[in-house]
Design a protein around this ligand. Structure first.
Ligand SMILES: [Zn+2]
Length: 382
Protein backbone atom coordinates (compact mmCIF):
# COMPACT_ATOMS: atom_id res chain seq x y z
CA UNK A 1 0.00 0.00 0.00
CA UNK A 2 1.28 3.42 -0.93
CA UNK A 3 1.83 5.78 1.93
CA UNK A 4 0.58 9.28 1.55
CA UNK A 5 2.98 11.82 2.96
CA UNK A 6 1.08 14.36 4.99
CA UNK A 7 2.67 17.50 6.26
CA UNK A 8 2.19 16.86 9.93
CA UNK A 9 2.92 19.18 12.78
CA UNK A 10 2.77 18.72 16.53
CA UNK A 11 -0.42 20.19 18.05
CA UNK A 12 1.54 21.44 21.07
CA UNK A 13 4.93 22.72 19.95
CA UNK A 14 4.16 22.90 16.20
CA UNK A 15 7.35 20.97 15.32
CA UNK A 16 7.32 19.15 12.00
CA UNK A 17 9.55 17.15 9.69
CA UNK A 18 12.05 14.87 11.36
CA UNK A 19 10.79 15.75 14.83
CA UNK A 20 7.65 13.73 14.15
CA UNK A 21 8.05 9.98 14.27
CA UNK A 22 5.47 7.43 13.34
CA UNK A 23 4.30 4.84 15.82
CA UNK A 24 1.71 2.80 14.08
CA UNK A 25 -0.57 0.68 16.20
CA UNK A 26 -3.48 -1.35 15.04
CA UNK A 27 -5.96 -2.57 17.48
CA UNK A 28 -9.58 -3.31 17.61
CA UNK A 29 -11.28 -0.75 19.71
CA UNK A 30 -12.50 -2.38 22.86
CA UNK A 31 -12.64 0.42 25.34
CA UNK A 32 -15.16 2.73 23.74
CA UNK A 33 -18.75 2.59 22.68
CA UNK A 34 -17.91 2.13 19.02
CA UNK A 35 -18.10 -1.33 17.54
CA UNK A 36 -15.92 -0.33 14.61
CA UNK A 37 -12.45 -1.54 14.10
CA UNK A 38 -10.41 1.61 14.22
CA UNK A 39 -6.91 2.04 12.94
CA UNK A 40 -4.88 4.46 14.86
CA UNK A 41 -2.14 6.42 13.32
CA UNK A 42 -0.31 7.62 16.37
CA UNK A 43 2.59 10.02 15.90
CA UNK A 44 5.24 10.97 18.39
CA UNK A 45 6.77 14.43 18.68
CA UNK A 46 10.39 13.98 19.74
CA UNK A 47 10.81 17.60 20.75
CA UNK A 48 7.95 17.80 23.26
CA UNK A 49 7.15 14.14 23.98
CA UNK A 50 3.58 14.37 22.77
CA UNK A 51 1.83 11.39 21.25
CA UNK A 52 -1.05 12.33 19.00
CA UNK A 53 -3.54 10.83 16.61
CA UNK A 54 -2.65 12.34 13.26
CA UNK A 55 -5.83 11.17 11.58
CA UNK A 56 -8.27 12.13 14.24
CA UNK A 57 -11.74 12.68 12.86
CA UNK A 58 -14.07 14.44 15.16
CA UNK A 59 -17.07 13.49 13.03
CA UNK A 60 -16.54 9.82 13.69
CA UNK A 61 -16.77 10.28 17.40
CA UNK A 62 -20.22 9.59 18.58
CA UNK A 63 -20.69 11.79 21.59
CA UNK A 64 -24.05 11.05 23.04
CA UNK A 65 -25.68 10.43 26.35
CA UNK A 66 -25.27 6.69 25.91
CA UNK A 67 -21.49 6.95 25.58
CA UNK A 68 -19.85 4.72 28.09
CA UNK A 69 -16.21 5.45 28.57
CA UNK A 70 -14.34 2.53 30.02
CA UNK A 71 -13.55 3.54 33.55
CA UNK A 72 -11.16 1.62 35.69
CA UNK A 73 -11.89 3.60 38.80
CA UNK A 74 -15.08 3.89 40.70
CA UNK A 75 -16.38 6.93 42.45
CA UNK A 76 -14.50 6.17 45.63
CA UNK A 77 -11.31 6.91 43.70
CA UNK A 78 -12.84 9.91 41.98
CA UNK A 79 -13.48 11.48 45.39
CA UNK A 80 -9.84 10.87 46.31
CA UNK A 81 -8.74 12.58 43.12
CA UNK A 82 -11.04 15.54 43.78
CA UNK A 83 -9.72 15.96 47.31
CA UNK A 84 -6.12 15.85 46.13
CA UNK A 85 -6.81 18.48 43.47
CA UNK A 86 -8.45 20.71 46.03
CA UNK A 87 -5.46 20.36 48.36
CA UNK A 88 -3.10 21.31 45.53
CA UNK A 89 -5.21 24.37 44.65
CA UNK A 90 -5.78 25.53 48.21
CA UNK A 91 -2.58 27.59 48.66
CA UNK A 92 -3.64 29.86 45.79
CA UNK A 93 -7.25 30.43 46.77
CA UNK A 94 -6.69 33.03 49.46
CA UNK A 95 -4.76 35.52 47.36
CA UNK A 96 -7.94 37.29 46.32
CA UNK A 97 -11.03 38.25 48.28
CA UNK A 98 -13.32 37.00 45.53
CA UNK A 99 -13.16 33.94 43.33
CA UNK A 100 -14.84 32.88 40.11
CA UNK A 101 -15.09 29.14 39.55
CA UNK A 102 -14.96 28.39 35.84
CA UNK A 103 -14.85 24.87 34.51
CA UNK A 104 -14.21 24.08 30.85
CA UNK A 105 -15.41 20.59 29.88
CA UNK A 106 -17.36 19.78 33.03
CA UNK A 107 -18.89 16.48 31.84
CA UNK A 108 -21.57 15.43 34.28
CA UNK A 109 -20.57 18.24 36.64
CA UNK A 110 -19.41 16.02 39.48
CA UNK A 111 -16.15 17.87 40.11
CA UNK A 112 -17.85 21.25 39.66
CA UNK A 113 -20.31 20.36 42.42
CA UNK A 114 -17.52 19.06 44.63
CA UNK A 115 -15.53 22.28 44.20
CA UNK A 116 -18.53 24.49 44.88
CA UNK A 117 -19.24 22.60 48.07
CA UNK A 118 -15.60 22.84 49.19
CA UNK A 119 -15.50 26.54 48.45
CA UNK A 120 -18.82 27.52 49.94
CA UNK A 121 -17.11 29.41 52.76
CA UNK A 122 -15.06 31.43 50.31
CA UNK A 123 -16.44 34.47 48.58
CA UNK A 124 -17.40 32.97 45.23
CA UNK A 125 -18.65 35.65 42.86
CA UNK A 126 -19.42 33.76 39.67
CA UNK A 127 -19.53 30.08 38.89
CA UNK A 128 -20.09 28.47 35.57
CA UNK A 129 -19.39 25.11 34.00
CA UNK A 130 -19.14 24.70 30.25
CA UNK A 131 -19.51 21.56 28.20
CA UNK A 132 -20.37 20.93 24.57
CA UNK A 133 -22.53 18.06 25.70
CA UNK A 134 -25.34 19.52 27.75
CA UNK A 135 -26.91 16.73 29.68
CA UNK A 136 -27.32 19.08 32.55
CA UNK A 137 -29.60 21.91 31.66
CA UNK A 138 -29.29 23.40 35.09
CA UNK A 139 -28.40 26.79 36.50
CA UNK A 140 -24.66 27.56 36.27
CA UNK A 141 -24.12 25.14 33.38
CA UNK A 142 -23.78 26.21 29.77
CA UNK A 143 -22.86 24.92 26.32
CA UNK A 144 -22.37 28.46 25.06
CA UNK A 145 -18.77 29.69 25.11
CA UNK A 146 -19.84 33.34 25.07
CA UNK A 147 -21.72 32.81 28.34
CA UNK A 148 -18.61 31.11 29.76
CA UNK A 149 -16.43 34.06 28.75
CA UNK A 150 -18.73 36.59 30.38
CA UNK A 151 -18.24 35.07 33.83
CA UNK A 152 -14.59 36.16 34.10
CA UNK A 153 -14.11 39.33 36.12
CA UNK A 154 -11.45 41.83 37.14
CA UNK A 155 -12.30 41.99 40.82
CA UNK A 156 -11.81 38.26 41.39
CA UNK A 157 -9.36 35.45 41.00
CA UNK A 158 -10.55 33.49 37.98
CA UNK A 159 -9.99 29.83 38.79
CA UNK A 160 -10.18 27.82 35.57
CA UNK A 161 -10.50 24.05 35.76
CA UNK A 162 -9.98 21.87 32.72
CA UNK A 163 -10.00 18.17 33.54
CA UNK A 164 -9.82 15.35 31.03
CA UNK A 165 -10.88 17.58 28.17
CA UNK A 166 -7.84 18.78 26.22
CA UNK A 167 -6.99 15.27 25.06
CA UNK A 168 -10.34 15.21 23.21
CA UNK A 169 -9.91 18.48 21.32
CA UNK A 170 -8.62 18.50 17.73
CA UNK A 171 -7.52 22.09 18.35
CA UNK A 172 -6.59 23.21 21.83
CA UNK A 173 -6.72 26.82 20.65
CA UNK A 174 -10.50 26.78 21.23
CA UNK A 175 -9.83 26.28 24.90
CA UNK A 176 -7.12 28.91 25.27
CA UNK A 177 -9.15 31.43 23.27
CA UNK A 178 -12.04 30.95 25.68
CA UNK A 179 -9.91 32.39 28.51
CA UNK A 180 -9.95 36.18 28.06
CA UNK A 181 -6.41 37.60 28.19
CA UNK A 182 -7.16 40.64 30.34
CA UNK A 183 -8.06 38.71 33.50
CA UNK A 184 -6.04 37.16 36.30
CA UNK A 185 -6.27 33.43 35.90
CA UNK A 186 -5.17 30.37 37.85
CA UNK A 187 -5.44 27.40 35.55
CA UNK A 188 -5.58 23.75 36.51
CA UNK A 189 -5.24 21.22 33.70
CA UNK A 190 -5.53 17.48 34.28
CA UNK A 191 -5.10 14.88 31.54
CA UNK A 192 -4.45 11.15 31.41
CA UNK A 193 -0.76 10.25 31.50
CA UNK A 194 -0.89 8.98 27.93
CA UNK A 195 2.85 9.01 27.46
CA UNK A 196 3.46 6.66 30.38
CA UNK A 197 0.67 4.28 29.48
CA UNK A 198 1.31 4.00 25.78
CA UNK A 199 4.99 4.69 25.34
CA UNK A 200 6.37 2.91 28.37
CA UNK A 201 3.74 0.53 29.70
CA UNK A 202 2.63 -0.37 26.15
CA UNK A 203 -0.94 -0.34 27.26
CA UNK A 204 -2.47 0.00 23.84
CA UNK A 205 -5.97 -0.22 25.23
CA UNK A 206 -5.33 3.32 26.43
CA UNK A 207 -5.48 4.52 22.84
CA UNK A 208 -9.12 5.43 22.77
CA UNK A 209 -10.51 6.87 19.62
CA UNK A 210 -11.97 9.92 21.38
CA UNK A 211 -8.46 11.02 22.25
CA UNK A 212 -6.43 13.18 19.91
CA UNK A 213 -3.44 13.78 22.16
CA UNK A 214 -1.58 11.65 24.71
CA UNK A 215 0.35 13.97 27.00
CA UNK A 216 3.49 13.60 29.05
CA UNK A 217 4.13 16.03 31.91
CA UNK A 218 6.73 17.60 29.63
CA UNK A 219 4.35 18.26 26.72
CA UNK A 220 1.67 19.45 29.14
CA UNK A 221 4.05 22.03 30.59
CA UNK A 222 5.12 23.03 27.10
CA UNK A 223 1.48 23.62 26.22
CA UNK A 224 0.80 25.98 29.11
CA UNK A 225 4.07 27.89 28.61
CA UNK A 226 3.52 28.35 24.89
CA UNK A 227 0.09 29.79 25.64
CA UNK A 228 1.49 32.47 27.92
CA UNK A 229 0.94 30.83 31.31
CA UNK A 230 3.54 30.57 34.03
CA UNK A 231 4.15 27.30 35.79
CA UNK A 232 3.22 26.93 39.46
CA UNK A 233 3.22 23.22 40.23
CA UNK A 234 2.78 19.76 38.80
CA UNK A 235 1.45 16.61 40.42
CA UNK A 236 0.19 13.21 39.47
CA UNK A 237 -2.94 11.38 40.51
CA UNK A 238 -4.03 7.75 40.92
CA UNK A 239 -0.53 6.35 40.95
CA UNK A 240 0.60 8.43 38.00
CA UNK A 241 -2.39 7.50 35.81
CA UNK A 242 -3.28 11.18 35.50
CA UNK A 243 -1.04 14.21 35.40
CA UNK A 244 -1.89 17.77 36.35
CA UNK A 245 -0.33 21.20 36.15
CA UNK A 246 -1.31 24.42 37.92
CA UNK A 247 -0.29 27.61 36.14
CA UNK A 248 -1.25 31.26 36.08
CA UNK A 249 -1.48 34.38 33.96
CA UNK A 250 -2.10 37.93 35.12
CA UNK A 251 -0.91 41.44 35.77
CA UNK A 252 2.16 42.39 37.83
CA UNK A 253 0.16 42.98 41.00
CA UNK A 254 -1.37 39.51 40.76
CA UNK A 255 2.00 37.95 40.09
CA UNK A 256 3.47 39.68 43.14
CA UNK A 257 0.62 38.54 45.38
CA UNK A 258 1.08 35.00 44.14
CA UNK A 259 4.81 35.05 44.82
CA UNK A 260 4.32 36.44 48.34
CA UNK A 261 1.73 33.79 49.04
CA UNK A 262 4.02 31.03 47.81
CA UNK A 263 6.93 32.19 49.92
CA UNK A 264 4.67 32.25 52.96
CA UNK A 265 3.51 28.69 52.32
CA UNK A 266 6.97 27.37 51.61
CA UNK A 267 8.49 28.94 54.71
CA UNK A 268 5.78 27.37 56.87
CA UNK A 269 6.36 23.92 55.42
CA UNK A 270 10.08 24.44 55.30
CA UNK A 271 10.26 24.82 59.07
CA UNK A 272 8.56 21.46 59.59
CA UNK A 273 10.67 19.74 56.94
CA UNK A 274 13.83 21.34 58.18
CA UNK A 275 13.29 19.94 61.67
CA UNK A 276 12.67 16.47 60.24
CA UNK A 277 15.76 16.60 58.08
CA UNK A 278 17.89 17.85 60.96
CA UNK A 279 16.77 14.92 63.08
CA UNK A 280 17.61 12.57 60.23
CA UNK A 281 21.05 14.06 59.80
CA UNK A 282 21.68 13.74 63.52
CA UNK A 283 20.71 10.10 63.63
CA UNK A 284 22.09 9.03 60.28
CA UNK A 285 25.43 10.77 60.04
CA UNK A 286 27.64 9.21 57.37
CA UNK A 287 24.86 6.85 56.40
CA UNK A 288 23.04 6.60 53.12
CA UNK A 289 19.40 7.54 52.97
CA UNK A 290 17.01 7.37 50.05
CA UNK A 291 13.91 9.43 49.37
CA UNK A 292 11.26 7.65 47.34
CA UNK A 293 8.09 9.04 45.82
CA UNK A 294 8.59 12.57 46.99
CA UNK A 295 6.39 15.29 45.56
CA UNK A 296 7.69 18.33 43.71
CA UNK A 297 7.13 20.59 46.70
CA UNK A 298 8.88 18.24 49.08
CA UNK A 299 11.79 17.92 46.65
CA UNK A 300 12.31 21.63 46.35
CA UNK A 301 12.43 21.89 50.13
CA UNK A 302 14.93 19.02 50.34
CA UNK A 303 16.98 20.90 47.80
CA UNK A 304 17.18 23.88 50.08
CA UNK A 305 17.90 22.15 53.35
CA UNK A 306 20.38 19.45 52.36
CA UNK A 307 23.94 20.40 51.63
CA UNK A 308 24.84 17.82 49.02
CA UNK A 309 28.43 18.92 48.78
CA UNK A 310 28.90 17.92 52.40
CA UNK A 311 28.95 14.15 52.13
CA UNK A 312 29.62 13.88 55.85
CA UNK A 313 26.27 15.37 56.52
CA UNK A 314 23.92 13.06 54.70
CA UNK A 315 24.43 10.87 51.66
CA UNK A 316 21.12 10.84 49.95
CA UNK A 317 19.54 9.34 46.87
CA UNK A 318 16.28 10.09 45.15
CA UNK A 319 14.38 7.05 43.94
CA UNK A 320 11.32 6.52 41.82
CA UNK A 321 9.95 3.57 39.90
CA UNK A 322 8.25 5.85 37.39
CA UNK A 323 10.29 5.48 34.23
CA UNK A 324 9.36 9.03 33.21
CA UNK A 325 11.16 10.41 36.26
CA UNK A 326 14.29 8.24 36.32
CA UNK A 327 17.39 10.11 35.18
CA UNK A 328 15.75 13.49 35.42
CA UNK A 329 16.21 16.42 37.77
CA UNK A 330 12.69 17.24 38.83
CA UNK A 331 12.10 20.91 39.62
CA UNK A 332 15.77 21.70 39.12
CA UNK A 333 16.72 19.26 41.87
CA UNK A 334 20.46 18.83 42.25
CA UNK A 335 20.36 15.05 42.28
CA UNK A 336 19.12 12.88 39.45
CA UNK A 337 16.40 10.36 40.23
CA UNK A 338 17.53 6.73 40.15
CA UNK A 339 15.57 3.50 39.72
CA UNK A 340 14.91 1.03 42.59
CA UNK A 341 17.25 -1.47 40.89
CA UNK A 342 20.05 1.07 40.85
CA UNK A 343 19.40 1.75 44.52
CA UNK A 344 20.04 -1.92 45.26
CA UNK A 345 23.71 -1.32 44.46
CA UNK A 346 24.00 1.30 47.21
CA UNK A 347 24.18 0.47 50.89
CA UNK A 348 21.11 2.19 52.27
CA UNK A 349 20.40 2.74 55.94
CA UNK A 350 16.93 4.15 55.59
CA UNK A 351 14.31 4.84 52.95
CA UNK A 352 11.94 7.74 53.39
CA UNK A 353 8.69 7.38 51.47
CA UNK A 354 7.22 10.70 50.46
CA UNK A 355 3.78 9.62 49.34
CA UNK A 356 0.97 8.36 51.51
CA UNK A 357 -1.13 7.25 48.56
CA UNK A 358 1.63 5.16 47.02
CA UNK A 359 3.06 3.90 50.31
CA UNK A 360 1.77 0.33 50.03
CA UNK A 361 3.10 -0.28 46.51
CA UNK A 362 6.50 1.21 47.38
CA UNK A 363 6.61 -0.92 50.51
CA UNK A 364 5.97 -4.03 48.40
CA UNK A 365 8.77 -3.08 46.03
CA UNK A 366 11.21 -2.47 48.89
CA UNK A 367 10.46 -5.94 50.27
CA UNK A 368 10.57 -7.60 46.85
CA UNK A 369 13.98 -6.15 46.01
CA UNK A 370 15.16 -6.54 49.61
CA UNK A 371 16.42 -2.97 49.52
CA UNK A 372 16.47 -1.92 53.11
CA UNK A 373 15.02 -3.02 56.44
CA UNK A 374 14.24 0.43 57.69
CA UNK A 375 11.75 2.59 55.90
CA UNK A 376 9.11 5.05 56.96
CA UNK A 377 6.62 7.52 55.71
CA UNK A 378 7.82 11.09 55.47
CA UNK A 379 4.92 12.38 57.53
CA UNK A 380 5.61 9.79 60.27
CA UNK A 381 9.21 10.81 60.77
CA UNK A 382 9.98 11.98 64.26
ZN1 LIG B 1 5.74 18.75 19.96
Amino acid sequence: MKKKVINLFCPVCKSKGNSIEGLKFERKNISTNSGLNFFFDIKYCTSCQLLFNAKFENKKVNYNSKSKFATYFNHFYFKKVYSEIFLQLKPYLNISKKINILEFGCGDGEFFQFLNKKMKNLNVKNKIAYDIDMRLKKKNYTNDLSVFKKKFSHDALNLVICRHTLEHLPSMDTFFRSLPKKFNIILLIEVPNGFKNIFFSKRFEDIVYEHVTYFSIFSLKKLILSNGYKFLREFSLLNNENIAVISFRGNKKFQKLLEQNLTKNISLNKKIYLEKIQKLVKNLKNKNVAFWGVSGRCLSILNEVIDYSNENELKCFLVDSDICKIGSNIDGFVKKIISPKELKKKPIKKIIIGTEVGFKSIEREIKKLNLCKSYSLWSDLN
